[in-house]
Design a protein around this ligand. Structure first.
Ligand SMILES: Cc1cc2nc3c(=O)[nH]c(=O)nc-3n(C[C@H](O)[C@H](O)[C@H](O)COP(=O)(O)OP(=O)(O)OC[C@H]3O[C@@H](n4cnc5c(N)ncnc54)[C@H](O)[C@@H]3O)c2cc1C
Length: 338
């Protein structure tokens, strides 16, 4: 196995943090993954996908396994549906484009989300009113402790808002090697009601959008709203939108009657973390090379040479400021790699 030493991770994480991996190996197949996991001389292992949901706060003193297992195959199909399996190292957006080229519907609203397909179930990726769980069938995994293979069904994954079993009890225990999805071949469930999709389609003069039109609209909106990590290091939304209880909501709205919110259920409410951060006075601020994006208060950015530690210090500062002002504690959505 080709184990490299002292590899700079800047090209491997979208924050552009210049940390090093003590050891690094490219994983191109499930068998290579199994072999690498058995390397007893490297007891500490770290799984790296597309590096778009992590803040690396220092050098990684472990064997970094870079998941690059490629391949997409159709498992089953009839006139209406197709079931396909994507290996974990496939880039998510490339998978979306591949499905659109074939005319398969279901992933178009999640165009341009960075990262690997194999990481998508971990936080149940989602955008513009659609989540991975809407098309998810199952995923194959390898158990890190005993190398057994296990298939997780949708129920097993216990998906929630940016959440799953793999972020909770299953954290660090399994490596996802493939994801199986069920997509439509006709009668697509087109979802254009969320965010600016409808107005973007209208701007383009499209009244009866095809799934590719929806994808193009999502791409245009995302490119206009979110900083491109290749230009400005970032990890997308750094914080989760907090979900609060009925009693917390009453206290909150009494003090802040004009605050935006979404009703999740009869007694839970989601408050946009970006609004809280903006009101706490942090939107657009910069501390050295670490900052908060000028248009997106949810997005922490690296203007060039910020360290992971500087960014996490800024994140804690924001968390404390929001808690002091609103009594609501926001949490990072991004994985903090200590
Ligand atoms: C500009 C930008 C926009 C974004 N927009 C969105 C959005 O709209 N919606 C959304 O949901 N997310 C969004 N994200 C977050 C990100 O794209 C997703 O969280 C994505 O799924 C991360 O994939 P990755 O391969 O890059 O993960 P990585 O950052 O490589 O890894 C994340 C975590 O998963 C672990 N891991 C990686 N691969 C595996 C595996 N195969 N098995 C088990 N564990 C693994 C890692 O050890 C790490 O703890 C955005 C990010 C950026 C930078």
């Amino acid at each position: 196995m080709d184990i490299q030493k002292e590899i700079f991770l800047k090209p491997y994480n979208t924050f552009g943090i210049d940390a090093k991996a003590r050891y690094f190996i490219e994983i191109n197949s499930v068998e290579e993954l199994r072999q690498a996991l058995q390397l007893e001389e490297y007891p500490e292992k770290f799984i790296l996908g597309g590096g778009s949901n992590m803040l690396i706060t220092g050098d990684i003193n472990a064997l970094v396994l870079h998941i690059n297992i490629q391949g997409i195959e159709i498992v089953e199909e009839d006139n209406d549906q197709v079931i396909l399996k994507s290996m974990a190292g496939e880039n998510w957006h490339n998978l979306v484009l591949w499905t659109l080229e074939k005319g398969y519907g279901g992933l178009e609203n999640m165009s341009l989300i960075p990262g690997n397909t194999g990481t998508a179930p971990i936080q149940n990726i989602g955008a513009y009113g659609v989540e991975l769980r809407d098309t998810f069938v199952s995923c194959e995994t390898i158990n890190v402790a005993d190398l057994t293979l296990k298939t997780f069904t949708k129920d097993d994954c216990r998906f929630g808002y940016r959440d799953s079993y793999f972020k909770n009890e299953g954290k660090g225990k399994y490596i996802i090697t493939s994801v199986t999805l069920q997509l439509t071949k006709r009668n697509h469930r087109r979802n254009t009601s969320y965010g600016a999709i409808a107005s973007e389609l209208e701007k383009k003069g499209i009244s009866d959008p095809k799934i590719k039109d929806i994808s193009n609209a999502v791409i245009t909106i995302r490119q206009s709203k979110l900083p491109d990590p290749k230009v400005l290091g970032n990890s997308g939304s750094f914080f989760k939108n907090p979900v609060i209880s009925e009693s917390e909501f009453h206290t909150f709205t009494k003090d802040h009657p004009n605050a935006p919110f979404y009703t999740i259920s009869d007694n839970t409410y989601k408050i946009p973390a970006g609004w809280l951060i903006e009101q706490a006075g942090y939107k657009g601020r910069r501390f050295g090379d670490a900052g908060i994006h000028k248009d997106q208060a949810l997005v922490l950015v690296n203007y060039g040479n910020a360290t992971g530690q500087e960014l996490i210090d800024l994140a804690w500062k924001i968390i404390e400021a929001v808690e002091k002002k609103f009594g609501i504690r926001i949490e990072p959505e991004v994985n903090i790699i200590a």
